[in-house]
Each structure stands twice: as structure tokens, then as C-alpha cells.
Design a protein around this ligand. Sequence first.
Ligand code: NDP
Length: 290
Amino acid sequence: MATTIISGKEISKAFKDRLKKSIELLKIQKENDPNAVFPGLAVIQVGSDPASSIYVNNKKKSCEEVGIVSFSYTLDDSATESELIELIEALNVDPRVHGILCQLPLPKHMDEFSVINAIDHRKDVDGFHPVNKGLLSIGRDCLVSCTPLGCLMMLKEMNIDICGKNCVIIGRSNIVGKPLAALMLAENATVTIAHSKTNNLKALCQTADILVAAIGRSGFVTADYVKPGAVVIDVGINRDPDNKVRGDVNYDEVFEVAGAITPVPGGVGPMTIAMLMQNTYQAYLSLTQS
Ligand code: NDP
């Protein structure tokens, strides 16, 4: 059977188009309301790391595409943690802002946990706040981290059956592996999280109906890790010495074995941004309708 390419590029476009329509409708409905507020996302960047600047610009561009108002804040590298938290606290009470995103990583003199904790969890569109993490782990509605949510949405949009399937996730980070495990468990998959200390990793991966690689090592997952016909989701974004972006999966090899596979680029990456837009809209609805 031919291998299906799961195009995050196409699926994310469909998500953003739907969102754009909902926001256009909102604008029509509130046309005559002088106090109308529309979905707004505040993006904070501390310092001028070039990779962070690219991510931040892509997020602003996506806001424009779907009709979300974006507010942009750049703090100097030398800004203190208190200054950043002061800004976050002002945004927490700003009625024009429904989502607050602080681009990571932060400079070393700042404590990421304290900064994330300062964000009103109802505006935590990255889904990193401990309240959202806790709600996710007990299966309650919450803002879910964008990358794992994007992985789940791709599977759903492709009508891939998750219930009862063996899902192996390589990677146990707080932003990808762990929240994805909670999402897959909620979909009734049998979930195993693997990491750098896992014994017999290859044999474990061969049991997976759905294999997710979130490792940060270019081409780590080769064809011999993959059960024939398995669905392979590649979260990795690695810049190789030839300056090309590659995933954690050896795409060419694994394509020959897998039943379905996400490419890099054009897979999980664009889904992450689409989910950020969706989370901002969701936060807007819950903040304005409560
Ligand atoms: P982390 O570095 O936080 O976590 C990597 C995980 O991989 C760790 O749990 C680590 O194990 C595990 N690991 C490392 N080496 C091995 C190994 N040899 N065998 C088994 N497991 C191993 O990374 P992130 O979760 O933040 O990101 C993972 C990848 O996803 C990166 O390439 C990142 O760039 C990409 N990414 C992509 C996004 C997107 O939008 N597409 C968004 C976020 C991340 P241990 O815990 O034992 O150290």
C-alpha cells in the first residue's frame, strides 16, 4: 500500500481558513458595537536571538492571516525578571489581550517557571502554565500546548484511528512528550513514553502503531525502528550542517515502511502555529463569554 504523507501544511491551512471565517463572522456580528473586542495575542520577546525573532515574526504573520490582533513587546537582553513579570501582569488585566506568549528560551538570568507562572492561566495560549498542565493530566478542558495539540489534530483530520492503538512517544519533555502522552491517553491509546534511558528502544518502537519522535536528533529514527504500516509523526526540527532543516526521522528510509508519515518541513511545524491561533480564539471565547 502506498504511504500517506500527512501534510501539516495543508491541514494547518484548513484550520486557519476555518478560524479566519469565524473571526470574520464575529466582526460582522459586532459591526455596530463601539465597545466590541476582538481576539488579541500579545507576543513578548526578550533579547534578539535570531531564531526567536523568526518564530515571533511567523506568529505575528499568522495573526494577520486569520484576523487576530497582535501586540508585540520586545525587552532588552538586560531586562530583569521583575520587569518582564510586570509587563505580564499588565497584559493579564488588559481586556484587549486574550493570549500571552513569552517566546522561549529566556535569558539565563530569568527563571522560566516563575515567568510562566505569572501568566493568567486563562491567557496561557502556549499551555505551559502548571494549572493547564494539571487540568490536562486529569482530562479536563484547558489550553493545551500547541505542538502536541497539533500532532493530535493531524491524526484526527486524517481519520487515523487512535483508540486501542499502541502509541510510543520518544521524548519526555514538558512541552511535547508529556502533554502528547496525556492527549493520546485521553483518546484511549495505550501510551509508552521513551527517553534516553529507555532499554531496548528499537524493539519498543517496533511495537508502535503510532510512533512519535520528539528527540532533537536529526534522522534518529531509521526504518528498522518502524513497524510496517505504522503512523510516524516527526516533531523534530534540526538544522543540519548543510543548513537544511530535518526531522528526527530518516524520512526517505521510513517512508518505505510506514503507512503514513509527516514530512519536515511542512508537518508538525505549521500545525503548531495554527494551534496557537486556535488557542487564542478559544481563550477569547472563554474570557469574553464568562
Ligand atoms: P527536549 O530536548 O526537551 O527533549 C528531548 C527528549 O528526547 C528527552 O526526553 C530526551 O530524553 C529524549 N532523547 C534524547 N536523546 C535520546 C535518545 N538517544 N534516545 C531516546 N530518547 C532520547 O526537546 P523538545 O521536546 O523540546 O523537542 C524535541 C524536538 O522537537 C526538537 O527537535 C525540537 O526542535 C522539536 N520541536 C518542534 C516543535 C514544532 O513546532 N515542530 C515544537 C517544539 C519542539 P531524556 O529526557 O532522558 O534526556
